[in-house]
Each structure stands twice: as structure tokens, then as C-alpha cells.
Design a protein around this ligand. Sequence first.
Ligand SMILES: NC(=O)c1ccc[n+]([C@@H]2O[C@H](COP(=O)([O-])OP(=O)(O)OC[C@H]3O[C@@H](n4cnc5c(N)ncnc54)[C@H](O)[C@@H]3O)[C@@H](O)[C@H]2O)c1
Length: 398
Amino acid sequence: MKQYNYDVCVIGGAGHVGAPLAIVLADRGMRTLICDINEEAMDILSKGEMPFTEEGGKTMLRGVLDRKVLGFTPNIKDISNIPVLILTIGTPIDEFHNPVFSLLTRCIDSMIPFLSDEQTIILRSTVAPGATEYLDRYLKSLGKKTRIAFCPERVVQGKAIEEIQTLPQIISGTTPAAVRIAGDIFRRIAPEIVEATPKEAEFAKLICNAYRYIQFAATNQLYMMVESAGLNYNELLLKMKTGYPRMESIPGPGFAAGPCLMKDTMQLFAFEKQNFILGQVAMTINEGLPNFIVERLSRKYDLSQKRIGILGMAFKAESDDIRDSLSYKLGKILRFMGATIHYSDEYVKDTTFISKEELVRQSDIVIIGVPHNAYKTFLFPDAVEVIDMWNMPNTKKI
Ligand SMILES: NC(=O)c1ccc[n+]([C@@H]2O[C@H](COP(=O)([O-])OP(=O)(O)OC[C@H]3O[C@@H](n4cnc5c(N)ncnc54)[C@H](O)[C@@H]3O)[C@@H](O)[C@H]2O)c1
């Protein structure tokens, strides 16, 4: 029988999806190799530190490093002879909101010289419906019989370590053998396996994010309507929800952004040949929220005379991830209006940022970009106007 040095390789394994998965796989006893082009992130991981915030990541990482079941390589040739290859590289959209599939195909192309018919590729990056079958045909056209599975990641960023081990895992593949092998891997970490066809699994992943994005857009649109009518939307939400279960699931208002929600909605939009109107409208609403805030402020003040601080630059609370964060868009619009802008964040490391105490001292108006926990107990001086869509307990409702 063939002897392997590793059971599984996670390609893109130093990223937000790949690293937690690689750590959990290694923790469950699979000898795991991380292959990534980001050598800096791999270096941080190899020293027992997480390159980004991930609950429980550091402890588990240090455990698997001590047990020597997690390795690192920047060389794609090291994938040869590893039976299972899990792909978690990014699948962004371009400036016209079209999916950029070429990153994935370029990565697959770089793998081809090292692929054998005994290996299985598990695609975990979020892809458009039909992409798994496309890759299967592509490999076959090159004479490769490498098996292809698609097993989407549906965890919440920052809580991946916990959710990988507690959420059901959808698995699919282009052959029964691919499904069986993917199932064998994920049965070791997930409590439940749900089998689907590749296209079902691709849709499932995209719909989970698009639906959430639409829910945020619904509440954000209502927020803008109610606030424009001079009422406080969060107070209204509380009144509407009291003793009324059918309203329980409506989310609160706030910036809905980040690396997945809009991108995945736009993947469906592109797939539906631009007819996924609900998704397009959701994007217009969510991306328009910073403009709404600026518009309201500019009616009240000459913004060129104002110093404005944005508290919270990550795309969501308790995260250090700034990808597609709407706080930056808000800052850009305000700067365009002539305002003096300061940024602060509890987790994002940026030498141009100032502390929250300093930000409050240097601002006439503070806008909460994202409600990190540290802001919920912060004492805002009365002299500063605080714009808080998130309904934090310590801000005056204006
Ligand atoms: N971030 C999330 O919460 C989340 C959740 C579910 C699904 N997803 C999906 O997972 C995928 C990855 O997202 P992410 O947030 O982890 O992205 P990321 O940018 O954090 O990670 C991607 C990693 O892939 C590496 N990479 C890129 N090209 C490579 C190559 N050719 N060879 C080796 N490594 C390469 C990058 O260096 C990076 O470390 C995307 O398709 C995304 O939509 C993300």
C-alpha cells in the first residue's frame, strides 16, 4: 500500500476559510499540509499565531503544531501524492460585479502537472452554479481522471473553528467515489452530512449568503424610510417585535458588507444573466446606506467645517477583516464632502488609525461603523454627536 506523508492538503490554507479548516482537520488526526502563496501568513501560523481573529484558533493551532500534524509549503508541487486536496482560494468579483473565475482556473492549472488519477480535489471556494462540473470536464479534457467534489463552507467568519464542528456539511461530487471520499473527510469533523448534487450544493451556498444579504437590505431600506420620517427605527423594531413572533427574525439595521454577502449575491446575479433583480436591489440598498448617513448629516451641517470620526473599520463586529467594509466607503464620501476624517478600530492594525479616546477628542461627530463590544461600554462625551444605527446601549438616541 502507498505511504503518504500527508492525508490532506488545503490549498489556500492560510486564508480565512482554509486556515480554520486545516487546523480542525489536523486536530481530528489528519496529517494536514497547508499550501499557500501567502508566505507571511504561513509564517505567522507556523509560529502558533493566527493571522486574523478566529475564536479558539490559537489554542487548537498550537495543539496541532505540538503534535506535528500540520505542515506548510508555498510549493504547489508538494501536492503530488497527497490523496485529498481541498481548495479554499478566493473567488472574488471584479469592478463590474462579475465573478473572477480565472484565479481558480489558474490555481488548477498550476496543480495539473502534479495531479494523479488517485487524487480527489474538494472544491470549497464559493463558485457559480455549474463550476464544479466545468472543472471536471476541464480536467478530463487534459486527460486527468482526478475526482472532483464540491463541499461548501457555510460558517460565520470568526467562529469557523466552532461552526465547522457543529454545522451540517453539504457534500457533493461528480462521481459516487468523489462523494464517498469527501464524505469520509467531513464525517470526521462535522456532526451531519447532507448529500446534494454539485449544482444543488453550489446554489445552496450562494443562496444562504444572498438570502441573508436580502434580509439585511430589507431592514436597511425600512430603517432609511422610518428615520427619514423622523422616527427612531430601532425603537420601532422593539415595539413591533414585542410579543409578536412573526417579526422575531427581522435583523437590526447596519452596514452589510464583507467578503462574501455581496459577492455571492452578485455571483447569482451574473448566473441569472442579470435578472436576479432582488439581489441587485439588495446591493443598491446596502451599498447606499453610507450615502444615506452622509446625506442626512449634510442637510444638518456644512461638512467641510466638521471633524468626523469613524469608530469601527472592520466589516463586522469583533473582526479585524476590512475586506469590502462600508466604513471605508463612508469615510471616502465624507472626505469628498470636505470633512476632516479620523478612523479607529479595536482589532484592525493600521498605523494611521487613532485610539477611540483620541478619536472622540478630535471629532465633532462620531459615526459607529461597526459595533465592537468595546464601544458598548465606552463613555461618549456629551459634546460629541454620535451616529449609531446599531442601537448600542450607551449612545443617546437622536
Ligand atoms: N470568509 C468567509 O467567511 C467565507 C465563508 C464561506 C466561504 N468563503 C469562500 O471561501 C473562499 C476563500 O475565502 P477567504 O475569505 O478564505 O479568502 P482569503 O483571501 O482569506 O483566503 C484565500 C487564500 O488563498 C490563497 N491563494 C490564492 N491563490 C492561491 C494559489 N494559487 N495557490 C495557493 N494559495 C492561494 C491566498 O494567499 C489566501 O491565503 C472564497 O471563495 C469565499 O467566497 C468565505
